[in-house]
Design a protein around this ligand. Structure first.
Ligand code: FES
Length: 141
């Protein structure tokens, strides 16, 4: 079986699909190679992610990764969302095939982009290093 039960579950029954009106942070990223696009919306109260939604125009692994990523950051402090790595998402999904790892990278990047948007909108200072690409994907370098 190429895909784990968890990947199939999050693909066929994705959590937190949709958009948030007046979101506190929105992040949109795309993968130039496959053309897939992922958008993450955050509602943030007192530094806590109280709601998160995603819309993904992409492959099944990208949808499963976004679904899992939203579950992993919901109810968590923003600082913790920033620490979410694509590796953690892949582990939570019980693995992805090697050529699909880059799909999980989209999830990490979209979450980070949404947090950055929140910081920018609110004039919160941050170390740009925090948004440096640290993900684990042979295609992305
Ligand atoms: Fe593009 Fe999966 S093939 S994100």
């Amino acid at each position: 079986m190429l895909y784990s039960d968890k990947v199939m579950d999050h693909f066929t029954n994705p959590r937190n699909v949709g958009t948030i009106e007046n979101a506190d942070g929105v992040g949109e990223v795309g993968n130039a190679k496959c053309g897939d696009i992922m958008k993450i919306f955050l509602k943030i109260d007192d530094g806590i992610i109280t709601d998160v939604k995603f819309s993904t125009f992409g492959c099944g692994s990208a949808i499963a990764s976004s679904s899992m990523a939203t579950e992993m950051i919901k109810g968590k402090p923003v600082s913790q969302a920033l620490e979410l790595t694509n590796k953690a998402v892949v582990e939570a999904l019980d693995g992805l095939p090697a050529h699909k790892i880059h799909c999980s990278v989209l999830a990490e990047e979209a979450v980070k982009a949404a947090v950055k948007d929140y910081y920018d909108k609110n004039g919160i200072e941050y170390d740009p290093e925090m948004f440096a690409q640290k993900h684990d994907c042979e295609h992305c370098g």
